[in-house]
Design a protein around this ligand. Structure first.
Ligand code: AMP
Ligand code: AMP
Length: 317
């Protein structure tokens, strides 16, 4: 049994963690990225592929695949969901995440406060962020003060969602739901830093939200306790809606406004790149384990624990 992933996004995190837990690893790497990953001493893991989607054609029946942000970006959710890949986590959650309507339903079911969404342009009565369907990484989004500004910036409103624009601090909180230990762990928080939205000096009226990287964030402990409750609400809601247990890492993506109200605008049902800031440990994972524990290692530890108790198949669907 090996652990494998695509050479991108959080691969250093995942592969180093799997190695630390004693697993053999496979890193599917396109030719131009090989020198980069070799420079970290990962040559024994590298499996050269002509393109990332080539993994769909390979026999990977002895490999547990850890999905990350590049899987959907470079392969597409449809092909992943229909594949025979043995994916750690829940394919069902990926389905809910893909569909804007289901996504919003799950966030509401979890009792999270979500920004208002307007079905029709005429209903818009507050500043909004305009999101194009299927946009990745915040590309193609823009903000508008009112309905008139949207009209001035868009030829056609088809394929766009209008969401209440929340002013505040972006907080991305990652969790690990452990079936082996039967507990939810708050793993860490970060701020996603985006250009141009987070630049201090701006001379354009259409700032983009393209992610550049992540900054570590340690929350007020009382706020963290609120996030813990939100995480519990989320896994309970998923269970109610699908009958399945949510396994492994997920992230709730929020903005905290000046009244300390927490608005959730998005979630991810897999490892997020923000966990890269918490190698070799986050303060919380260190408290939980009394040793260094980063997300890639946490995933590998869970796989081993479940394997030892014969429950691994519960998380490979
Ligand atoms: P890349 O490896 O930079 O080509 O990114 C692959 C996919 O992961 C793209 O859809 C990116 O938008 C997404 N991605 C990469 N890094 C991050 C990050 N730090 N936060 C959020 N998304 C990311
Ligand atoms: P998303 O593609 O939904 O993850 O959003 C990309 C970025 O757009 C986020 O990281 C935020 O900076 C910004 N954003 C998304 N939704 C909102 C909102 N309702 N209010 C303010 N900013 C938002």
């Amino acid at each position: 049994m090996k652990i494998g992933t695509l050479a991108s996004h959080s691969a250093l995190n995942i592969i180093s963690g799997a190695k630390a837990e004693g697993f053999e690893t496979e890193l599917y790497c396109t030719p131009e990225r090989i020198p980069f990953y070799k420079s970290f001493g990962m040559e024994d893991s590298i499996v050269e592929v002509p393109s990332f989607d080539a993994i769909l054609e390979m026999d990977l029946s002895d490999v547990i695949i850890i999905p990350h942000g590049s899987f959907v970006a470079y392969i597409g959710s449809e092909r992943i969901l229909n594949s025979n890949l043995r994916i750690f986590g829940s394919k069902e959650l990926l389905r809910w995440e893909e569909d804007r309507k289901l996504k919003s339903l799950l966030m509401k079911e979890a009792g999270l406060r979500v920004p208002k969404e307007f079905e029709k342009l005429d209903d818009v009565n507050t500043p909004v962020i305009v999101k194009s369907d299927g946009a990745a990484g915040g590309e193609g989004y823009f903000i508008a003060a009112d309905k008139e500004e949207i009209e001035a910036k868009l030829d056609s409103v088809k394929g766009y969602t209008f969401q209440e624009y929340i002013v505040g601090t972006k907080v991305f909180t990652t969790y690990f739901n452990s079936l082996a230990k039967d507990r939810l762990e708050v793993f860490g928080a970060d701020i996603r830093y985006e250009t141009d939205a987070d630049a201090n000096l701006r001379f354009d009226d259409k700032p983009s939200f393209v992610v550049v990287g992540n900054l570590p964030l340690v929350l007020r402990e009382s706020t963290l306790a609120q996030y813990y409750d939100m995480g519990v609400g989320f896994i309970d809601a998923f269970k109610r809606k699908t009958g399945q247990n949510l396994a492994g890492p997920f992230c709730i993506e929020t903005i905290i406004d000046k009244n300390q109200d927490i608005y959730t605008f998005e979630f991810s049902g897999r490892i997020v790149a923000g966990t890269n800031v918490w190698m070799p440990s986050s303060p919380y994972s260190f408290v939980t384990f009394g040793e260094d524990m980063w997300m890639g290692k946490r995933i590998a530890r869970e796989i081993r624990d479940l394997h030892e108790t014969g429950r691994l198949d519960d998380v490979l669907r």
